[in-house]
Design a protein around this ligand. Structure first.
Ligand SMILES: [Zn+2]
Length: 500
């Protein structure tokens, strides 16, 4: 296949920076297209529509255990689209916070950027907080004395954020979804959020990484009121939840989710379909109509399959946004797929547009529904999402399974233990090869040993048990305790550094 130089450059950068692109594009095969879903083109992303069919039952069990607090965020945000500023008033309600927790740490990612975060006030239950520390992505202050009452803790913040320009692709830096380009503005990890408490009741915040992800998110209920000003052109708003819109005001609600992401553009064209009770909206730039049709088709198939294999999703809408940066990235109810993959789409399933679309969709389960510590156990969500690519092909394109192994995994000859923290891998490539590719090999071998039917049943139980929690590898293994072959000593020694 002959390619233009620019495509070569994109391919090279994708190889280095993304979830695992491949420099050797395989020739098209006769893989058939996904079945055409019913696609509706809507003029804006935010119309409130009533679904004719009943949505999947909402699954919203409360987290259990006495030390599990319950979180909700009420955010009022005024975005000036031309100035790239947002003025924010945020109320954080924390119920059942253990009384011996006397300091609160909030994660404020915008503070990592120059002039990115300007704090105006903090009030905890009526008491203004004058003393705090703000360093890196952490805002920390002492809590006023509390009585051991049932009353939830109420934290009110006022602050402004200045969005950074998303830098052009580089081999030096991790791709950055947060910020703006000429045609896209992304609010991701844009508000202050409460991290989880660890076993010692310390707030769990990891050092920002050079590669990989480090944030750990407990679930929360979100109410987001967004007002947009400073735009000359009509804008289309993609978000983690559906909106009630009144002119330039959008009111979103999302229950029991880890993140709330928004992406805005004057240029988005929207395709829409539905699968397994999940409304799927795909937002792309005008020259990407054909690949976007493929994206919405792959996403619908994947959503239907994962609902069957893993269990129902707790929310009813997933938005897919063509990223104006070279990476895929998952958030609850919204994920990005790199524009590079749309550009390279050749009309077949044999490329990264399909694989990353279904990979990021799998993160709605293995990241969103079942959380994990992305810094210390990155294999857990990345391995399950990469393995889900194979599960997708097995279900819809079984004759492409060999292609997937060759192109996605074996081409890289991946080595290394899969269970290291992101900080312990010497390079991005070493990290990706282990946590994505070796993890997929491991999960395949595990499924071979326990057989498909039992593996599927165990993973369904895992989702049931761990949904809305932050899971870990130990719990994952414990799910297999009754399976033949447990504790899988040989398998564990092959892939894991830490073996019991
Ligand atoms: Zn992933």
């Amino acid at each position: 296949m002959k390619r233009h130089d620019l495509l070569d450059i994109i391919v090279v950068i994708l190889i280095v920076m993304t979830t695992g692109a491949c420099g050797r594009m395989t020739e098209s095969t006769d893989a058939s297209q996904p079945e055409n879903p019913i696609i509706k083109i809507s003029p804006t992303a935010t119309e409130v529509e009533t679904l004719a069919s009943a949505p999947t039952e909402a699954v919203t069990p409360m987290p259990d255990g006495p030390s599990e607090y319950h979180l909700s965020y009420a955010i009022t945000a005024r975005l000036d689209y031309s100035r790239k500023t947002v003025e924010i008033e945020q109320a954080i309600t924390i119920s059942s916070l253990p009384i011996d927790v006397q300091t609160l740490v909030l994660v404020v990612e915008p503070n990592r950027y120059p002039d990115g975060f300007t704090l105006k006030s903090i009030v905890v239950d009526q008491a203004p907080i004058e003393e705090f520390t703000l360093a890196g992505n952490q805002l920390q202050f002492e809590l006023p004395e509390r009585s051991p009452s049932e009353a939830p803790l109420l934290v009110r913040l006022e602050y402004g954020i200045l969005l950074p320009e998303i830098p052009p692709p580089s081999e030096m830096y991790k791709p950055q979804p947060y910020g703006y380009t000429e045609r896209q503005l992304n609010l991701v990890d844009w508000y202050a959020f409460v991290p989880p408490l660890d076993d010692q009741r310390q707030w769990l915040v990891h050092t920002p990484p050079i590669f990989g992800e480090s944030l750990v998110y407990p679930v929360a209920d979100f109410t987001v009121n967004l007002e947009i000003a400073g735009n000359d052109l009509p804008l289309t708003v993609a978000a983690s939840g559906s909106a009630v819109r009144t002119e330039n005001r959008y009111q979103f609600t999302l229950q029991q989710a880890r993140t709330f992401a928004i992406s805005i553009s004057p240029d988005y064209e929207v395709l829409e379909t539905e699968a397994a009770g999940i409304k799927i909206k795909a937002y792309a730039f005008p020259n990407s109509r054909i690949p976007n049709q493929a994206v919405v088709g792959y996403a619908a198939q994947a959503a239907a399959l994962y609902t069957e294999l893993f269990g129902p999703l707790s929310y009813q809408q997933v938005s897919i946004v063509q990223a104006d940066f070279l990476d895929g990235m998952e958030f609850d109810g919204l994920y990005f797929v790199s524009k590079g993959f749309y550009d390279l789409y050749d009309g077949t399933v044999n490329g990264y547009l399909s694989l990353i679309t279904v990979h990021e969709m799998a993160h709605q389960w293995w990241f969103g529904m079942v959380g994990s510590d992305q810094a210390l156990e990155p294999w857990l969500d990345e391995g399950l999402a990469t393995f889900a690519e194979l599960q997708y092909l097995e279900a819809y394109f079984p004759d492409q399974v060999d292609w997937w192994w060759a192109y996605r995994v074996n081409f890289y000859q991946p080595v290394g233990y899969i269970d290291l923290a992101i900080y312990d891998y010497p390079s991005y490539i070493a990290y990706r090869n282990a946590t994505y590719l070796r993890s997929a090999q491991f999960l395949f071998e595990l499924r071979e040993q326990v057989e498909v039917e039992m593996y599927t049943a165990i993973m369904q139980r895992y989702l049931q048990q761990e949904q809305l929690k932050i899971s870990n590898a130990e719990t994952f293994w414990a799910m297999f305790a009754d399976a033949p072959g447990y504790p899988f000593s040989e398998l564990r020694a092959k892939y894991f550094k830490q073996i019991p």
